[in-house]
Structure formats: C-alpha cells, structure tokens
Design a binder for this molecule. Structure first.
Ligand code: BJW
Length: 255
C-alpha cells in the first residue's frame, strides 16, 4: 500500500457524483449525466432561481423524490468509507460534493457537505436551515419565521460560496493522505484540493475513479474502475497496512 503514511496519519477524502452512481443517482458530466438534460444556467445559479424559481424547485423536487424513492441506498463504496472512519487509527474527514445523504446512511459522521444537502431547506427571510424532506414550492412556509415564498433548497449553486471552507482547508493543510473519489475535477474550489493537499501539506494524493479524470496527472497514484469495487478494495488495503506495520517503524508525529 503506502509505507510512507503514518499509522495515525490524517486522511481527507473528497467524493463526487461517481460514488453514488451505482446507487442509482445520476452524475453530472458523463454522457447521460444531468447536464446533458438540463442547462446549468436554467437550474443551478442564483440568477436562474431569481428568474424562474418554480423551474428550479421542480428540478430539485424531482431529484429529492428520486433520492427518497425505494431502491436508492448506499453502495459498498459508501460503506467502505464509513468503515475507514470507524477503524482507521488517525483522523478521517470526508468532504462530499454530493447533496444526497448516502454517506450518512452508510454511517459516516465526520462529514462535510460542501455543496449542501437536498434534504434541507433554507429561508431567505430569516436564514434558518432545517430538514426539508418534501416538495418545495413558491408557497412553502418557513417553519422558523412563518414567512411564505422565501424557501430555497440548501445547495450551493455556481457563483455561491461552498460551505465549511475554513474547516476543509484546515484539514487539507495538515493531511497525510488525500483521496479523491468519483469526481471529474471540473468544479472549483473542490478541483483544487489535490494541489492544496500536495503542496501545502506534502500529502500523498490518490485518485479512485471510473476512468482518469482531467486532473489525473496531479495525483501520485490512481486506481480505476467502478467505485463499488475499487473503494472497498483500497480501504481494505489501507486498514491492512495500518494493522500489519509495527508502530515503531512508522514516522510518528510529535504533536
Ligand atoms: C464513477 C462512476 C463509478 C462515474 N465509479 N466513478 C473559471 C475558472 C475557475 C473557477 C471558475 C471559473 N468560472 C467560475 C468558476 C467557479 C465555479 C466553477 O468551478 N466553475 C467551473 C465550471 C469552472 N465554481 C463555483 O462557482 C463554486 N463557488 C465558488 O467558486 O465560490 C468562490 C470561491 C472561491 C475560492 C474559494 C472558495 C469559494 C460553486 C460550485 C457549485 C457547484 N454546484 C453543483 C450543483 C449544485 C448541487 C446539485 O444540484 O447537485 O454541484 S454543479 C455539480 O458539479 C454539483 C457537483 O457537486 C459538482 C461536481 O461534479 P462531480 O461530483 O465531479 O460530478 P461529475 O459528473 O462532473 O463527475 C463524475 C465523475 O465520476 C466522473 O469522473 C466519472 O468518470 C466518475 N464516475 N461513474 C467511480 N461507478
């Protein structure tokens, strides 16, 4: 596996739509992806929401209904990452660009949804964020302030600031291993995390994806195939490397 990774090393994992594809959810930029069916400018910008909120509600209502439909469940890749968090001796932070809840359902706890969560709603009148597992419309009423017509889905559109960036960059700056899973690397700032981990922290960087992404050359190593196969295998090998290496032989951190 990787003899240079400290046994209590800090791991940051970035996931994208590819990890949820085998659970039945669409990716964005694959040939049959979401952006082949709808235009970003129509559904995923603040301008689109200002221009035609009903259209944007309709787009997210359909995806929310799909997520909550029977048959959508975490796959072995989600479960493997929850296992890694539970069994790895060091810190593990999972940063997902996905707005689904499959990582939580699999058991991950140290989790950042940098692009938000489709099962939450936000009130533009009072800024309250809360669970919203149902259809949203122009008439929706905020459970906090009671205002109608100000609810929006709690996701990050183009031109908006992703969530918890301070926590993410803090973790990237001190990680030993950065793993990118199922993302095309086409959207910033997430696409720049590999360079942050590599050059700020001197971390080892690994890409796990169906195929080489555009930024594949930025990684030290890559494994390619369906996430449900390559992620459990990679996690198994990582945990094995931690349990077989004598602690005295690993480079222990002083702090
Ligand atoms: C499998 C698989 C299997 C398939 N197994 N793998 C010019 C230059 C640089 C930046 C910009 C620029 N102009 C504008 C920007 C900024 C802009 C941006 O990046 N634009 C690009 C188009 C260039 N970014 C933003 O606006 C962001 N905000 C921002 O930058 O704020 C300022 C800031 C500055 C500095 C620091 C911090 C902040 C906001 C971005 C918001 C993205 N929102 C979306 C939609 C909302 C949520 C939703 O509706 O779901 O988020 S877009 C969409 O793309 C979604 C995703 O989270 C995101 C990433 O997509 P992902 O996950 O990578 O999916 P795909 O489909 O692209 O890739 C899937 C991969 O899986 C593929 O590689 C497959 O091969 C693989 N795969 N099956 C394993 N079975």
């Amino acid at each position: 596996m990787d003899a240079t990774l400290p046994q209590d090393g800090r791991i940051v994992i970035l996931t994208g739509a590819g990890i949820s594809r085998e659970s039945g959810l669409s990716t964005f930029r694959d040939a049959d992806g979401i952006w082949s069916k709808v235009r970003i400018e129509d559904v995923a910008t603040p301008q689109a929401f200002a221009r035609d909120p009903a259209r944007v509600h309709e787009f997210y209502n359909a995806r929310r209904a799909r997520l909550l439909a029977g048959g959508i469940a975490p796959n072995p890749a989600h479960r493997a990452l929850a296992r890694l968090e539970a069994e790895w001796p060091g810190e593990v932070l999972l940063v997902t660009q996905n707005i689904d809840d499959l990582h939580e359902r699999a058991g991950s706890r140290e989790l950042v949804h940098m692009h938000g969560e489709i099962l939450k709603g936000r009130c533009a009148a009072c800024d309250r964020v809360g669970a919203w597992p149902k259809t949203m419309s122009l008439e929706s009423v905020c459970p906090g302030c009671g205002a109608a017509g100000h609810m929006r889905v709690h996701v990050v559109w183009f031109g908006e600031m992703p969530f918890e960036m301070e926590r993410i960059y803090g973790a990237l700056a001190r990680c030993d291993l950065f793993i990118s899973i199922g993302t095309s690397g086409g959207v910033y700032p997430a696409a720049g995390f590999v360079q942050e981990a590599r050059f700020s922290a001197g971390a080892r960087t690994v890409e796990l994806n169906l195929e080489r992404s555009h930024g594949a050359d930025l990684f030290d190593a890559g494994r390619y195939g369906p996430a449900s196969e390559i992620v459990p295998a990679y996690v198994e090998a990582l945990l094995e490397s931690a349990s077989v290496r004598p602690r005295a032989m690993t480079s222990r951190r002083q702090s």
